[in-house]
Write a protein that binds this ligand. Structure first.
Ligand code: NI
Length: 178
């Protein structure tokens, strides 16, 4: 995708499972400039429109190490930008339901670290550290996975993965995925 063609009020199409961009390892962001900030705003628009609580750049066809998150705590917007994020620390393990905008309608029970600490740059290029448990920890791991081409179904044991593939096939056939 040509970033220059993106208007900040645009809502981008979220790439669905089967699109090769979702399986690629994303490249580090090299410059944090106005073009990138425009893409970030467009990603927020797209995420809120879906709606979702996290969106990684590969999901809108941009193979860069960038993700946006807004868990909307108590219904209030709390946007977070993660540029070139890095997993610094993980603790514990917890099993929980998880979905993904690139796999609409699919919900899987997968293990994640209970608590994580992530370092990144924000949209101004300043280093930030985000740490926490619960939904935040889960969301951070999910979005960082996207930057390495990893999807929620990859965390399923093999026998459950087959069931998930079957679900995906059914949904695709029924025309639920575009
Ligand atoms: Ni996802």
């Amino acid at each position: 995708m040509n970033k220059a063609t993106v208007r900040e009020t645009d809502v981008l199409a979220v790439r669905k499972y089967g699109d090769p961009v979702l399986r690629r390892k994303a490249q580090p962001v090299k410059s944090i400039d106005d073009e990138l900030r425009k893409l970030i705003r467009t990603m927020f628009h797209t995420m809120y429109a879906e709606p979702g609580i996290g969106l990684a750049a590969p999901q809108v066809g941009v193979p860069m190490r960038l993700a946006v998150v807004d868990l909307m705590p108590e219904g209030k917007s709390s946007p977070m930008v993660l540029i070139n994020p890095k997993m610094e620390e993980k603790r514990g393990r917890v099993l929980s339901e998880e979905g993904c905008l690139s796999l609409p309608g699919l919900s899987v029970n997968i293990p994640r670290a209970e608590w994580v600490r992530v370092s990144a740059l924000n949209e101004s290029g300043f280093p930030i550290t985000v740490s926490g448990d619960g939904l935040l920890a889960r969301c951070l791991q999910h979005e960082l996975d996207h930057l390495d081409g990893v999807l929620i179904i990859d965390h399923l044991p093999v026998h459950e993965r087959l069931g998930a593939f079957w679900e995906i096939r059914k949904k695709k056939k029924a025309g639920l995925w575009k």
